[in-house]
Design a protein around this ligand. Structure first.
Ligand code: MN
Length: 424
């Protein structure tokens, strides 16, 4: 299904007066409000093709129905999100869950919804039905060169799909590691992985990047071969300029200072981009900003500072994607909440007086430095984010409109209550 622009406009008119009052108040408080609104209009966050269905845990999965069963339906769902918020204009495909059989037709459909293709993602963390050799003991790190080659070939195939769709990056997340002390030789596992990654890197087109994503634990529980940003950066530095480190917010040990990691990766020109989600305990994959919104803001504060210092385009030069799972919510509503939280944190970071902050730091005025950040975080930016959506043609209240139009019920009627989207 598709949303009608006129319906969105009519809905917005009913909310306009109150919105404009709020906006006028925020503009009094935030001196660079217009510049922030423009940056928000430009900012797009990719939606992964695996996040459109209900997620689950090893204890079960409770589908809400109407899930997209095909790649075409997944593109339609991202199209719905983009029509609502005008900030989800990209989709990130996971191979082999979403192999485009007719790339030209898929590209045309995406184009119809105003979507482009973000990073393509390979999968060597599970065995596929038609797969010859098993990844039970790793893929790119495997002791058997034939398994490593199979995993390399898969990644090269993913690059080829990406080229057909206009993607510009390959994200490699490996579950490689070990579950017990003594199981693997750490050095050999690293060297095998590096050699495998080098073979994949050699196949990247000139204007492509390789995103090396790290994760502290799970599914391996003793060691992960790309376990933290140090290991990822080591690989990225050895591989070359096209390889960079991808930060997934849920992939750290508890209480890691992610904003500091971001700052240093940017200093090195090695930050690839982000996978947004939130967590309380581990890789919980909850809605961005649901648990630690202040951390999300502090990360954006470093991102904006680092991007500005390097003269980067906020919207284009780093990869922005949501990587979350929705166990108890409508996936589309959850994704709308995540995008809103990311936009709010970004807007708050854009409002920070960088010069005043740097002066306070130089003077060791701890109180002023802390206040500058906390004041920005405590400023209500919802009207600016809504205004950006309004100017771009989206809904003032995306979830409100989604519910008013009974979108989920319509999807259930269209697709049935038993469809299952491929994914996690
Ligand atoms: Mn991720």
């Amino acid at each position: 299904m598709k949303l009608n622009k006129e319906d969105i406009q009519e809905y917005n008119e009913g909310l306009l007066e109150f919105h404009q009052e709020k906006l006028a108040f925020t503009k009094k408080e935030v001196t660079n409000a217009e510049a922030i609104i423009q940056k928000l209009v430009d900012f797009q966050i990719a939606i992964p093709s695996w996040a459109l269905g209900t997620g689950g845990t090893r204890f079960g999965r409770f589908s809400g129905g109407g899930e997209p069963a095909t790649l075409e339906q997944k593109i339609e769902d991202v199209g719905l999100l983009h029509a609502l918020n005008q900030a989800s204009g990209a989709i990130s495909l996971h191979i082999p869950w979403d192999i485009p059989k007719d790339a030209a037709a898929i590209k045309a459909l995406a184009d119809e919804h105003g979507l482009v293709f973000d990073a393509v993602n390979s999968n060597t963390f599970q065995d596929q039905a038609d797969q010859e050799l098993s990844y039970k003991f790793g893929s790119l790190q495997h002791t058997d060169p034939a398994v490593r080659q199979q995993a390399v070939d898969h990644n090269i195939e993913v690059i080829k799909h990406g080229i057909e769709l206009g993607s510009k990056s390959l994200t490699v997340w490996l579950s490689d590691g070990s579950c017990f002390p003594g199981q693997i030789n750490f050095k050999k596992a690293f060297e095998n992985t590096l050699e495998s990654l080098q073979k994949i890197y050699a196949e990247l087109p000139e204007d492509w990047k390789m995103f090396v994503e790290y994760k502290a634990f799970e599914p391996n529980f003793y060691s992960m071969t790309v376990g933290d940003w140090g290991q990822s950066l080591l690989f990225a530095n050895k591989l070359g300029p096209k390889a960079k480190t991808l930060v997934d917010l849920g992939h750290h040990l508890p209480n890691a200072n992610i904003e500091q990691i971001v700052s240093l990766l940017m200093m090195e020109g090695k930050l690839a981009g982000f996978h947004f989600n939130d967590s309380k305990y581990a890789d919980d994959d909850l809605t961005a900003g649901a648990i630690k919104p202040y951390q999300l803001f502090l990360i954006f504060n470093e991102l904006v500072a680092g991007m500005d210092a390097a003269g980067m385009n906020h919207a284009k030069d780093l990869g922005w994607m949501i990587d979350a799972s929705h166990n108890v919510k409508d996936p589309l509503e959850d994704l709308l909440q995540s995008v809103e939280a990311i936009m709010l944190a970004y807007a708050q970071a854009l409002s920070v007086d960088k010069e005043a902050l740097e002066n306070a730091r130089e003077d060791n005025d701890v109180v002023v430095a802390q206040n500058i950040l906390q004041n920005a975080f405590r400023t209500d930016m919802r009207a600016l984010v809504a205004e950006a959506r309004l100017r771009a043609g989206g809904a003032l209240n995306p979830i409100g409109f989604y519910r008013k139009m009974d979108v989920r019920d319509k999807l259930i009627r269209e697709r049935g209550s038993k469809t299952v989207a491929t994914g996690l």
